[in-house]
Design a protein around this ligand. Structure first.
Ligand code: GUN
Length: 282
């Protein structure tokens, strides 16, 4: 049996088209374009590529893009002052500070300085708390994109066994919360988990976000399970996921790398920015 390949690229482009159509309606009603501010500190090549893609996608959705590039040795207080200005700027609906930040900057201080109601990345602890308690807020883009793809395969996730591999604040933890809110039975696993394969073997849904190429093996997977591969690992062989390609022979549905989860992140960022603008127009 060969798995259904979940086409994240196609799903993301349709989501972006829906967002653009809704942006056009918001602009017609309010006379104001939603705006996204993206802050890049330093010149990390991967981060530069992401920031450029986010800016392009923002303009393509009919929104305003504000790009702020700061040098790698910028003082932490200068970055904080920029966040304060963006918090106060009525033209800015969403603020995203690209991570990772240089080592001399306290990432937590910067993230917690962003107004939670402009935190379209969903990284502020207030938004993490809202997600955990079922209040409206912003959900991190990558796990929300994963959930959208999963719901395309399983419109009703209730009662399914889900295993999340990886416990990062950006992907693993919010993914677990989202699946719990869908009434999955969620198992969070990580680098200290014993007998990981035994947990994965019971799962109807597996989300892999560990950052290790080909980590999840075909003989761990329950036949027919849905597998979401969040890994984007740059190797000599090109971009590869956290899931071994042979998993596609066992799974019922699987996201490819590239073209699976990756394109969803920016599409959901556009969606979160639109939602922020709509909430702020009130
Ligand atoms: N670095 C890698 N992914 C992300 C993301 O989704 N948001 C931010 N701010 N930085 C990142």
């Amino acid at each position: 049996m060969s798995a259904r390949i979940i086409d994240g690229k196609d799903f993301a482009s349709k989501l972006r088209a829906r967002v653009a159509a809704e942006v056009a309606r918001v602009v017609a009603a309010s006379g104001r374009k939603p705006g996204l501010a993206v802050v890049l500190v330093g010149e990390d090549p991967a981060s530069s590529v992401y920031v450029r893609s986010k800016g392009k996608a923002t303009l393509a959705a009919g929104m305003e893009s504000f790009e702020h590039r700061l040098s790698a040795d910028v003082a932490e207080d200068e970055l904080i002052a920029l966040v304060d200005r963006l918090n106060a700027d009525p033209a800015v609906d969403g603020i995203l500070v690209q991570l990772p930040l240089p080592r001399h900057i306290d990432e937590r201080r910067v993230i917690t300085r962003i107004d939670p109601d402009k935190d379209v990345d969903g990284f502020h602890p207030v938004n993490a708390g809202r997600l955990a308690t079922g209040l409206p807020g912003f959900v991190p883009c990558t796990p929300l994109g994963c959930l959208m793809l999963l719901k395309d395969v399983h419109p009703n996730l209730s009662g399914l066994d889900a295993v999340v591999i990886g416990r990062s604040n950006i992907v693993g933890k919010p993914m677990g919360q989202l699946l719990l809110a869908e009434s999955c039975t969620v198992t969070m696993t990580h680098s200290r988990t014993r007998d990981l394969f035994a947990h994965v073997a019971r799962a109807d849904i597996v989300v892999a976000a560990v950052g290790i190429p080909g980590f999840v093996k075909a003989d761990w997977i329950k036949p027919g399970a849905s597998v979401i591969d969040v890994g984007i690992n740059r190797t000599d062989a090109g971009l590869v996921g956290d899931v071994d390609p042979t998993v596609a022979d066992v799974a019922g549905a699987i996201t490819p790398v590239p073209g699976g989860v990756g394109p969803m992140t920016i599409a959901v960022l556009m969606r979160n920015t639109l939602v922020s603008a709509a909430r702020r127009e009130g």
